[in-house]
Design a protein. Structure first.
Length: 184
C-alpha cells in the first residue's frame, strides 16, 4: 500500500469539491442553528405572554439573540473547518486515482514505459484501474509485436530482394500480436 505523499494531489478539482462541501455544510449548520433560535424564541415569547412578563421580553430577546448569533457564527466556522478537513481526505480518495491515471497517460503519450496502476484499498475507481491495466497489457503486447516486426524489416532491408515468405513472416508477427491481444 502506497502512503499519501501530498495532501492536495490535484488542487483545482479538490478545492472545488471542498468549497461546495463546506458551503453545503455551512448552510445546513446555519439552518439548524436558526431553527433552534426560532424554536427557543417562540417558546420564550409564549412563556412571556402566559406569565405576563412582557417587560423583560426585550431584555431576554437581546441576550438570547447575542448568544444565538455567537453560537451560529461559531458553529458555522467549526463546521467549515471540520468540513475542509474531511473534504480533503474524501476528495483525495476520489481525485488521487484520477490524477494517477492522468499522469500515467501523459507518460505513455511521451513514449515512456509505464507500470500498472496500483491504488490504495481506500481509494475509489478500482474497476477503472483494472480496465486501464488490461488496456496497458494489450498496448504493451502490440508494441512488442511492432518492435519485433520492425527488427525483421531492418533485417531484410540490407537485401536486394525480399522474399514473399519474409513478408508473410512479418505479417504473421503483426497478426499474432493482434490475435494474442484479442484472445486476452
Amino acid at each position: 500500500m502506497r502512503k499519501r505523499k501530498k495532501l492536495l494531489v490535484y488542487p483545482p478539482v479538490q478545492w472545488r469539491l471542498i468549497v461546495w462541501w463546506v458551503i453545503l455544510l455551512s448552510i445546513f449548520t446555519a439552518s439548524i442553528s436558526w431553527l433552534i433560535f426560532y424554536l427557543s424564541w417562540s417558546s420564550a415569547l409564549e412563556w412571556s405572554t402566559t406569565t405576563g412578563a412582557q417587560t423583560n421580553l426585550t431584555e431576554i430577546f437581546n441576550k438570547l439573540t447575542d448568544v444565538v448569533i455567537i453560537s451560529l457564527i461559531g458553529s458555522v466556522l467549526l463546521s467549515a473547518l471540520v468540513g475542509t478537513i474531511v473534504g480533503l481526505f474524501i476528495t483525495h480518495r476520489i481525485v488521487g486515482p484520477i490524477y494517477r491515471l492522468k499522469s500515467v497517460l501523459r507518460e505513455m503519450k511521451e513514449g515512456k514505459t509505464v507500470e500498472e496502476i496500483k491504488l490504495r484499498k481506500s481509494d475509489e475507481f478500482h474497476d477503472l484501474a483494472e480496465e486501464f491495466n488490461s488496456l496497458l497489457q494489450s498496448f504493451t503486447g502490440l508494441k512488442k509485436a511492432v518492435e519485433e516486426a520492425r527488427g525483421k524489416i531492418e533485417e531484410f532491408s540490407g537485401k536486394e530482394k525480399i522474399e514473399k515468405s519474409d513478408l508473410e513472416n512479418i505479417l504473421q508477427i503483426l497478426e499474432g500480436g493482434v490475435k494474442n491481444e484479442k484472445e486476452k
